[in-house]
Design a protein around this ligand. Structure first.
Ligand code: FAD
Length: 327
């Protein structure tokens, strides 16, 4: 559905950009404070969690819950207290650098919106391999982008982690708690991770590095889940003597080649860190370099990438926005 195009003249008290765990939690708190926040849902209403079937680590659900139901419940909870939702994506922003509470302008695909406070909660997207089988086996069938979230589903199984940086090493080490064996597939012959992490990986008997190797396809078995990775030698291009493609039998493929924070639309209006995340600061780490503009969730935090962490940041950003508007 195309969002209707409107230009709002009155200034909103709170506009939340993004409807993942961070944005929806911020909506619950600002709505309960009587501020009737407007949530701009973006292209993925409910956020990344809607792409996973089993969430077992969000507090309060002893049997686990599927990601869609969890964020849908958050949305209903926010709506109950007066949060409003709009099917719109922000294309660019014009932030005011003057007094706190002076209106900022958000240019969306559904018109311009003025807001006294803005909470940026636009999340991030995991970088994909772009190989055959990746999409087919994502979402509970063996391909995953989050070891913390999904590691426990791979007890006593052989798995592969793709990558060679800090995240890949952390994921490989974490997975040794569950998996019987962890292959660390890296396209080079040395790890890019911090020395201490790399050393722990190389000393761990459950981790087998697979050097100079890149995955080219993910294969499924009769049960419709991952059964193997197809690998090619990066030094020979997968051709020639000894360099041909080969299969590595694994039941899980953990892709750890980085995350892309959804911050490009800001066009330099907020200070970003080297990874492209909004640089949070001040109380709760949710203030930005612009007064009245707050940040929460994965778009500001490349380290934790968990629903409950994003929700916590959304809560902090909301409390700071409420305080500013009450001053
Ligand atoms: C496959 C998968 C499984 C996961 N499993 C778990 C798990 O089991 N447990 C767990 O704790 N975590 C899990 N995570 C991580 C968790 O989903 C994230 O940490 C969490 O969703 C981050 O929330 P967020 O609100 O910061 O961002 P996101 O969930 O990324 O939401 C971002 C929101 O911003 C919107 N948006 C983006 N750009 C714009 C724009 N320009 N204008 C308007 N809106 C915009 C999007 O539409 C979206 O609604 C998983 C992640 C993935 C990918």
């Amino acid at each position: 559905m195309n969002p209707e195009t409107t230009t709002s003249t009155a200034s909103e008290d709170v506009v939340i950009i993004g409807s993942g765990c961070a944005g929806l939690t911020a909506a619950i708190y600002t709505a309960r404070a009587g501020l009737a926040p407007l949530v701009l849902e973006g292209g993925l209403p409910g956020g990344q969690l809607t792409t996973t079937s089993d969430v077992e680590n969000f507090p309060g659900f002893p049997e686990g819950i599927d990601g869609y139901s969890l964020t849908d419940a958050m949305r209903k909870q926010a709506a109950r207290f007066g949060a409003r939702f709009k099917n719109a994506s922000v294309k660019n922003v014009r932030f005011t650098t003057g007094a706190a509470g002076a209106p900022h302008t958000l240019v969306t695909d559904a018109g311009e919106i003025a807001a006294r406070t803005v909470i940026v909660a636009t999340g991030a997207a995991p970088r994909h391999l772009g190989i055959a089988g990746e999409t087919e086996f994502a979402g509970g069938k063996g391909v995953t982008y989050c070891a913390t979230c999904d590691g426990a589903f791979y007890r006593a199984k052989e798995v592969a982690v793709i990558g060679g940086g800090d995240t890949a090493c952390e994921d490989a080490l974490f997975l040794t708690r569950f998996a019987s064996k962890v292959f660390l597939v890296h396209r080079r012959d040395t790890l890019r991770a911090a020395d201490i992490l790399a050393r722990r990986v190389l000393e761990n008997p459950k981790i087998t590095p697979v050097w100079n190797t890149a995955p080219t396809a993910i294969l499924g078995g009769d049960d419709g889940k991952v059964r193997a990775l197809v690998l090619r030698d990066t030094t020979t291009g997968g051709t020639g003597s000894g360099g041909g493609e080969r299969e590595l039998p694994v039941r899980g493929v953990f892709v750890a080649i980085g995350n892309v924070p959804n911050t490009a639309f800001l066009g330099g209006a907020l200070e970003l860190d080297a990874a492209g995340c909004v640089a949070g600061r001040g109380p709760g780490g949710v203030h930005t370099n612009i007064a009245g503009v707050f940040v929460a969730g994965d778009c500001a935090d490349p380290h934790h990438k968990q629903a409950v962490a994003a929700a916590g940041a959304g809560c902090r950003a909301a409390i700071e926005a409420v305080r500013l508007l009450g001053d």
